[in-house]
Design a protein around this ligand. Structure first.
Ligand SMILES: Nc1nc2c(ncn2[C@@H]2O[C@H](COP(=O)(O)OP(=O)(O)OP(=O)(O)O)[C@@H](O)[C@H]2O)c(=O)[nH]1
Ligand SMILES: [Mg+2]
Length: 310
């Protein structure tokens, strides 16, 4: 009977298999997606030097013999009247439901106190314990750390406070062990091989967005959305063909994404193709189209179409 129960729950007969969900939340640009990739040892979420990169929930799955932790990367929480931005914050709020622990990430080198207070208020309404991650400690001197920890602890009853550098892999092991304390005994939620809930076409679309963030300036990345129209895999030839559309809001933005003699779109294509070929070990054919869809970021129907709104 006990054996059957273990099987049904997917846990090991020796007991003690732990599993659960940990949401990584915080202000835009704090380093949440960088941490997710670091924890998994592989890139599942795009990261850029600019805020509001992540637009939806990306689950990263870390499985060992002893546990499975599902880390949920979220868009940065911020205050905005723009519909697209509000949908980002909605995703972050949603990630706080049904989780075992919250990882609140703060950029220790660049504080935004008003936003911190807003986020802490949000967290007061959740029951899960909150671990505070003070990220980017590589950028600050050690003597600034202690007062910061004390200040944060006065503002909220954190389960623990861990200074880390997601980029330089400092404190990440410590953080993982701390997260494990809050993982209950439980079943496997995903296959042991799964690293993310993100499909391959979604990753391809995200990579196109990442390159646009890296190569273009000002409001261009914020006026851009990417949708994969077609994704075909030829298993025999180890070849993948991807057709995707880049949506922008204005004609002038289309010109910038294309670049003189299509030089910009060629650069975007090359970078994405090379990265996917390395990651998947397959030959990639990538076709990109640029379409103007006026004010798409204010259009609920369109946001639903591309999965940014439920
Ligand atoms: N120096 C330093 N930079 C970091 C660290 N962690 C992340 N970064 C950088 O901070 C920038 C933002 O990182 P992301 O991981 O994209 O931040 P995010 O919190 O996911 O941002 P959004 O998706 O916009 O909310 C990138 O340039 C990262 O390389 C760190 O520990 N130290
Ligand atoms: Mg992110």
């Amino acid at each position: 009977m006990t054996d059957l129960l273990h099987k049904m729950q997917g846990s090991r007969p020796d007991g003690g298999f732990r599993s659960g969900f940990a949401a990584i939340i915080g202000a835009p640009n704090a380093g949440k997606s960088t941490l997710l990739n670091r924890l998994l040892g592989t890139k599942v979420a795009i990261t850029t030097p600019r805020p509001q990169t992540t637009r939806r929930l990306v689950r990263g799955i870390l499985t060992t013999e002893r546990y499975q932790i599902v880390f949920v990367d979220t868009p940065g929480i911020h205050d905005s009247k723009r519909l697209l931005n509000q949908t980002l914050v909605r995703w972050a709020r949603q990630a706080l439901l049904d989780i075992d622990v919250v990882l609140l990430m703060v950029d220790a080198a660049k504080r935004d106190v008003a936003n911190e207070l807003f986020i802490l208020d949000m967290l007061r309404r959740t029951e899960a314990p909150v671990i505070l991650l003070l990220n980017k400690i590589d950028l600050i001197s050690k003597d600034r750390l202690l007062p910061l920890i004390e200040e944060m602890q006065r503002a909220f009853a954190f389960a623990s406070v861990i200074p880390i550098s997601a980029r330089f892999n400092d404190g990440v092991e410590l953080l993982l062990n701390d997260v494990l304390r809050f993982m209950p005994e439980g079943p496997l939620f995903y296959d042991t091989e799964a690293v993310s809930d993100q499909t391959r076409d979604m990753l391809a679309a995200e990579l196109v967005r990442e390159k646009i963030f890296l190569l273009t300036h000002e409001d261009i990345p914020y006026s851009t959305a990417v949708e994969v129209e077609d994704f075909q895999e030829d298993q025999k030839k180890q070849q993948v063909t991807i057709h995707a559309t880049i949506y922008v809001e204005k004609d002038s933005q289309k010109g910038i994404i294309l670049g003189a003699n299509a030089s910009m779109i060629k650069r975007i294509k090359k970078l994405v193709r090379e990265e996917l070929e390395t990651t998947w070990g397959q030959k990639i054919t990538l076709e990109l189209w640029v379409k103007v869809r006026k004010n798409w970021s204010k259009d609920e129907r369109f946001l639903k179409q591309i999965g940014l709104l439920e």
